[in-house]
Write a protein that binds this ligand. Structure first.
Ligand code: PDD
Length: 283
């Protein structure tokens, strides 16, 4: 069965989904995206993802073409048409097609909307430790915007891959910001630390849920700066994202973190995360 995607009002086979070369998403990376996991046919934290999409569109002055209900219905239809119970939904809204290539958008430009599914990489019962590399955060100063222009993230993630690592942990002046595709947490003496939300990090939906679950479990969370030195002396380091959930980092470059063991707080929160997912599935 071919993959069915939604493109500008139509459901079409992915191989037939075409946009103009004059689309501003293609020419300028002028657009916003979201990645939403779907478990057993149910979108995970959908309203939070749609709220972030709406906020990001607002920040770059692209009109949100749909209401929350319309988005929900579109996502459900794409998931149903692809008959995939566990999948990852990718939404992209670019500023749209414009007659001439011009940095300045004309007011009449109408957003291009794509909704498609791709295989879900998370959803495993097991926590999988990863190796990370520490890199300077070379990106711009609006990392809170989930922009489709991901060149900085791509360069960093590719450098990590070239170094045999599954993620890059980024820093600005030795202060940890986030991962190339994830948020960062450390644990020290039973307390969780994660960088506070600001223009240098994406406010991760998974990050927020982890904080919620930790607080429910009476584990203290402090949103504050983390120095690169603190990474190496932490009892636990993990990264989080919609596609990875919680990934323990047991090695950063040539340094082994916490004897290479997965920490007890990561294990506890991973369990709570799976239980939280199960309640959504059973609902
Ligand atoms: N990336 N920070 C960055 C730079 C990210 O790219 C992501 C997720 C996150 C975590 O956000 P969330 O928990 O909402 O997924 C943080 C997605 C999954 C991607 O680009 O595919």
């Amino acid at each position: 069965m071919p993959s069915i995607v939604y493109l500008n009002g139509e459901f079409v086979a992915r191989s037939n989904a075409k946009i103009s070369v004059l689309d501003r998403g293609f020419l300028f990376g002028d657009g916003i995206y979201e990645v939403i996991p779907v478990y057993q046919g149910k979108s995970f934290r959908l309203s939070e993802h749609l709220a972030r999409l709406n906020d990001c569109l607002h920040k770059v002055q692209i009109t949100n073409p749909y209401t929350e209900k319309q988005w929900q219905s579109l996502i459900e239809q794409v998931v149903e048409k692809n008959d995939e119970k566990n999948t990852s939904v990718y939404i992209q809204v670019s500023r749209g097609f414009q007659q001439e290539r011009n940095h300045v958008a004309t007011p009449a430009v109408k957003p291009t909307v794509l909704v498609m599914t791709s295989p879900l990489s998370s959803g495993d019962a097991e926590l999988k430790p990863i190796k990370a590399t520490l890199l300077e955060d070379i990106r711009w100063k609006h990392c809170d915007i989930k922009s489709i222009a991901l060149l900085g993230n791509i360069m960093l993630r590719q450098e990590a891959e070239a170094r045999g690592c599954q993620e890059a942990i980024l820093h600005r002046k030795q202060k940890v910001t986030e991962g190339a595709t994830s948020n960062v947490f450390i644990v020290k003496s039973g307390v969780i630390y994660t960088p506070e939300k600001n223009q240098y990090i994406l406010g991760g939906i998974t990050r927020d849920l982890i904080i919620e679950l930790a607080e429910k479990a009476s584990i203290k969370v402090i949103e504050a700066q983390i120095s690169t030195d603190e990474l190496f002396t932490a009892d636990e380091v993990w990264v989080s994202s919609s596609s990875r959930e919680i990934s323990p980092v047991t090695q950063i470059d040539d340094k082994i973190i916490a004897q290479g063991e997965i920490g007890s707080i990561a294990k506890k929160l991973h369990c709570d995360f799976q239980a939280f997912k199960q309640t959504l599935i059973n609902d």
